[in-house]
Write a new protein. Structure first.
Length: 147
């Protein structure tokens, strides 16, 4: 009887751990999708696909800054190797080259902070967006894998 209780308890604990890991992966995916939505908003304005909208710019930077502040916490060791539903997942380099990853995150966070508040019209967005986008893509080239 005691063995059964121990086995059942262990199974329940293991199920809880897997569930927590999947929850973290979902949070990470949601944050990345938020960044994508913000980048597409800004990019659409730069390309002339959408009219310039200061409220849209400000909203995009609020979202980018929110994700930037919690970026490294979105990739705890516990989700290493997990592949979520979707087109991309985090490369193991996020964890094996943690210093490099954190340097990239710091660079992205700095770029967001410097750009936020500087953009007041379409011309300033066009001048600022390429460097911000470069920060995003630089991280993706090394730390993101296509399924």
């Amino acid at each position: 009887m005691r063995r059964i209780v121990i086995v059942v308890g262990t199974l329940l604990l293991g199920t809880g751990v897997v569930s927590a890991q999947q929850d973290q992966v979902a949070k990470t995916q949601a944050a990345m999708k938020s960044n994508l939505k913000s980048a597409l908003t800004l990019s659409g304005m730069v390309k002339g696909e959408k009219p310039y909208d200061q409220a849209g710019v400000d909203g995009a930077f609020v979202e980018l800054e929110d994700v930037a502040k919690r970026f490294t916490s979105l990739f705890p060791e516990s989700i290493k190797g997990l592949k979520p539903n979707g087109e991309y997942y985090a490369s193991d380099k996020v964890w094996t080259d943690r210093a490099g990853f954190e340097t990239r995150v710091a660079s992205f966070t700095k770029a967001v902070g410097e750009a936020k508040g500087k953009i007041k019209d379409l011309d300033s967005l066009k001048a600022t967006f390429p460097s911000l986008n470069k920060e995003c893509m630089g991280c993706h080239e090394t730390y993101r894998v296509k399924q």
